[in-house]
Write a protein that binds this ligand. Structure first.
Ligand code: V4E
Length: 226
């Protein structure tokens, strides 16, 4: 989640529109040529959680703890499924995350569920529903900012995978189509477009460490082979 997303998410639910690209030795030079400035370099660890039958990820819900902060990426109400650009609703608000998770794991919980006095209600939820961390990895990220609200991240994981992403954050479903076009235009301009699908960090992680989970996500068409 970018700083921009985090600020927006505190007050409202946001939609992250992002397109991945392959990092080459020219990527940073091309970014600098179009006036991008390197905002920051940081490292963070993500732990992704699910049930042992993958009920969340098979519904395209990605619950993670990033440096102690709970975050959920889930499908937005509307989505352009033809686009190469991914669209996800991002939540960091505990109530909203609990509501979305409960809707999926509803057989085991009721609306009146109370997750205790622990200020970390999500930790209680995770324990109660026996969610386990199925992927834990660190990312080194260099973030570039461009006019127009774009953030471009160059990521390298501790399991040796590199991937870039161009990201715009919008507040409403109605703004997604314009964001998709803007991202595609920028990707063209930077020469970051690709005719094949670029694997994200999770695709690469599961292919390497959990091929049966990966196969289930491919079969459910949550993830896609090239
Ligand atoms: C949504 C999703 C996953 C969660 C992680 O998403 P990703 O954007 O790859 O992580 P990251 O670290 O860049 O998050 P950020 O810092 O930008 O918030 S894991 C798999 N998915 C599904 C998915 C998909 N189907 N297609 C694409 C292009 N990306 C992710």
């Amino acid at each position: 989640m970018s700083e921009t997303t985090e600020n927006l998410s505190k007050s409202a639910s946001v939609i992250e529109v992002e397109r991945k690209f392959t990092i080459t030795e020219d990527s940073e030079r091309k970014l600098q040529e179009v006036g991008a400035s390197c905002l920051q370099q940081k490292s963070f660890e993500d732990s992704y959680y699910d049930t042992d039958t993958y009920e969340l990820t098979l519904k395209d819900h990605w619950l993670r703890q990033r440096e102690g902060q709970w975050e959920l990426k889930s499908p937005p109400e509307q989505r352009d499924t033809e686009s190469k650009t991914a669209q996800y609703a991002e939540s960091i608000a505990t109530d909203e995350i609990l509501q979305k998770l409960t809707a999926i794991l509803k057989t085991n919980s009721t609306a009146s569920d109370h997750y205790g006095e622990n200020p970390d209600q999500l930790a209680d939820f995770v324990k109660k529903h026996n969610l386990k961390a199925f992927a834990v990895f660190k990312t080194n990220r260099r973030s570039y900012r461009l006019d127009g609200g774009f953030q471009v991240d160059l990521d390298e994981t501790d399991f040796g995978y590199r991937v870039g992403e161009i990201e715009l954050v919008v507040g409403h479903d109605g703004d997604v189509a314009a964001a998709l076009q803007k991202i595609d235009r920028l990707a063209e301009k930077l020469g970051f477009s690709s005719t094949t699908r670029i694997a994200g960090k999770m695709d690469a992680y599961l292919q390497k460490y959990s091929s049966s989970h990966y196969a289930k996500l491919l079969a459910a068409e949550v993830l896609h082979a090239k």
